[in-house]
Design a protein around this ligand. Structure first.
Ligand code: URA
Length: 463
C-alpha cells in the first residue's frame, strides 16, 4: 500500500475506498505504518472529515482488528449503554443488573476515567476483590449465566482503537466527530450487540460542552450504529450539574446500591411519568437522603425503557418505563448485583461491611449554605476538579487513584435550603485537604432568594 498517496488523497479532501481504510487499519495495528505517517492521516481526517461510508468502513475495520465476542444463540437480546461521561455518572452500575432482570444479556465493556470524568472500572475497583479484567471466554460465560458483566476491554479486543487513540491523544486529533464515533462504536460493536443506547452529555463537565456539539455527535453515532446493524438511540442529557448526589469512586458505588434498593410507594409516581423532550430532574422531597437521588433513578429507567422499545419488548415508552420501574422495585436487580459481584470475585460480606460505613475516607467535612434560599447552581466541572485534586481522578493515565475521596450529599438546583443546610459533604485524605476542598467548593454553589426551576435532565431523544 502506498500510504503517502492515501494521506495526500485525504489532505485534498478525496474519499477513501473501504479497502484502503481496511488496509491501513490492519497495517497500522500490525506496526507496519510509522506513527508520524498515521498522525498525518489523522490530522487530514480531522480537517477534511470522513463520509458516512468511510466512517462505517473505519469502524468495522477497527472492530475486526481483534476479538469480537461470540455468544451462543439465545432469546435474550444483547444490549448495552454507552455514556460520553460526566461527574457522578454511575448509571452503568445499577443499569446492568436491571437489564439482566428485564431479560437482556449485557456484556458491558467499560473504561477508566481520565481528568475530571470518572470511569466505571475505577468505581468497580473500589469493591474489595472485584475483578474487572476478564478473558473473553469468562465474559461470555458470565453473560450467559448471570445475564450481565461489567469489565474492561481485553488486550485482544479492538487493538486498533488503543493504538489510534493514543496517537490522537498525542497529535491533537481527539475532537473529530468521525474519529470519536468510530472509536466508541468499534468497541461497542465488538460486543455483538442487538441494541445500544447512548447517553450523550452536554454542559460544563461534558466532553461535548454545547448542546449543538453533543447533538452532532449523537446524530453521527446513531446513524453509524444503525448503519452497522445495531439498533441505536441516543439520549442528550445535561451535565452542568452532577448526576445524583455523590461523586467519587466508592461513594458512587454506595449510591448505585441505594438506587437498586426497592423504593417506597412515594417514589413510584415515575410510572406515570410522561416522555417529553424535557423530563425534569425530578428531585422530590422523598429524595432527600444521601444516595436517594431521583435523577439517577430516572435516567437508569429511561435507558432501560429505550432498550425495551428498541428490542420490541415493549409497545410504548410509558409502558416500558413502568416495566423497568416495577422490576427495580421488585428487589431482583439488587440481588442480581450481588450475583454479579460474586461472579467477578467480590467477597459479599466484606462488601456489605464496607457499605454499612458512613465513610471510608479519613476526613469528612460539611459545606454549609451561607443563607436560606434555593440552589440555583451546582457546578459539575468544579466538583469534578475538586475530586480529581483530592486524588479521586487521574491527571495522567499513570496516576494512582484514591477510591475513598469524593463529595456526597450534594444539594441540587431547584432545592430549598436553610441557612447552614448541608450543600455538600467532602471526603478527603486529611483535614487540611478537606478544608481547602471546602473553600473551593463554595464557589460551585449559588443560592437564589427566589424559587428556581431545575433544568431538564433529558433534552431530547435521537433515533
Ligand atoms: N471515548 C472514546 O472511547 N473514544 C474517543 O475518541 C472519545 C471518547
Amino acid at each position: 500500500m502506498n500510504f503517502l498517496s492515501l494521506i495526500e488523497s485525504k489532505r485534498e479532501g478525496k474519499t477513501l475506498a473501504p479497502e484502503q481504510i481496511e488496509n491501513f487499519v490492519l497495517e497500522f495495528t500490525a506496526g507496519k505504518i510509522p506513527d508520524y505517517q498515521m498522525a498525518a492521516l489523522l490530522m487530514a481526517i480531522y480537517f477534511r472529515g470522513l463520509s458516512t461510508a468511510e466512517t462505517t468502513a473505519l469502524t468495522l475495520a477497527m472492530r475486526d482488528s481483534g476479538d469480537v465476542l461470540e455468544f451462543p444463540e439465545d432469546t435474550r437480546p444483547l444490549v448495552d449503554k454507552h455514556s460520553t461521561g460526566g461527574i457522578g455518572d454511575k448509571v452503568s452500575l445499577p443499569l446492568a443488573p436491571l437489564l439482566a432482570c428485564l431479560g437482556f444479556r449485557v456484556p458491558m465493556i467499560s473504561g477508566r476515567g481520565l481528568g475530571i470524568t470518572g470511569g466505571t472500572l475505577d468505581k468497580l475497583d473500589s469493591i474489595p476483590g472485584f475483578q474487572t479484567l476478564l478473558p473473553a471466554e469468562k465474559i461470555v460465560e458470565q453473560v450467559q449465566q448471570v445475564g450481565c458483566v461489567i469489565c474492561g476491554q481485553t488486550d485482544r479486543m479492538v487493538p486498533a482503537d488503543k493504538k489510534i487513540y493514543a496517537l490522537r491523544d498525542a497529535s491533537g486529533t481527539v475532537p473529530s466527530i468521525p474519529l470519536i464515533t468510530a472509536s466508541i462504536l468499534s468497541k461497542k460493536l465488538a460486543e455483538s450487540l442487538e441494541a445500544l443506547v447512548l447517553d450523550v452529555k452536554f454542559g460544563c463537565a461534558a466532553f461535548m460542552q454545547t448542546k449543538a456539539e453533543a447533538r452532532k455527535l449523537a446524530k453521527a453515532m446513531v446513524a453509524l450504529g444503525n448503519d452497522c446493524g445495531v439498533n441505536t438511540r441516543a439520549i442528550l442529557t445535561d451535565m452542568n450539574t452532577p448526576l445524583g448526589r455523590a461523586a467519587g469512586n466508592w461513594l458512587e458505588v454506595k449510591e448505585s446500591v441505594a438506587c437498586l434498593e426497592p423504593t417506597s410507594r412515594s417514589r413510584r409516581s415515575e410510572s406515570a411519568h410522561t416522555f417529553t423532550k424535557s423530563s425534569q430532574r425530578g428531585l422530590t422531597s422523598a429524595a432527600t437522603a444521601e444516595g436517594q437521588a431521583s435523577d439517577l433513578r430516572s435516567l437508569v429507567l429511561d435507558c432501560a425503557a429505550h432498550l425495551l422499545m428498541q428490542t420490541k419488548k415493549s409497545k410504548s415508552l410509558a409502558a416500558a418505563r413502568k416495566q423497568a420501574g416495577d422490576c427495580l422495585d421488585s428487589g431482583e436487580p439488587r440481588r442480581k448485583w450481588d450475583e454479579m459481584l460474586v461472579a467477578q470475585g467480590a467477597n459479599l460480606s466484606v462488601f456489605n461491611q464496607k457499605l454499612a460505613l458512613d465513610h471510608t475516607a479519613s476526613a469528612v467535612l460539611e459545606l454549609k449554605s451561607p443563607c436560606a434560599g434555593f440552589v440555583s447552581k451546582c457546578d459539575a466541572r468544579l466538583i469534578g476538579e475538586v475530586i480529581r485534586d483530592l486524588g479521586g481522578g487521574r491527571l495522567t493515565k499513570e496516576s494512582v487513584i484514591n477510591y475513598d475521596v469524593g463529595v456526597d450529599r450534594i444539594a441540587k438546583p431547584g432545592e430549598a435550603v436553610q441557612k447552614n443546610s448541608v450543600l455538600a459533604r467532602i471526603h478527603a485524605t486529611g483535614q487540611s485537604q478537606a478544608k481547602s476542598a471546602c473553600a473551593r467548593l463554595k464557589t460551585a454553589f449559588e443560592i437564589s432568594a427566589k424559587p428556581v426551576k431545575a433544568a431538564p435532565l433529558i433534552l431530547e431523544i435521537i433515533q
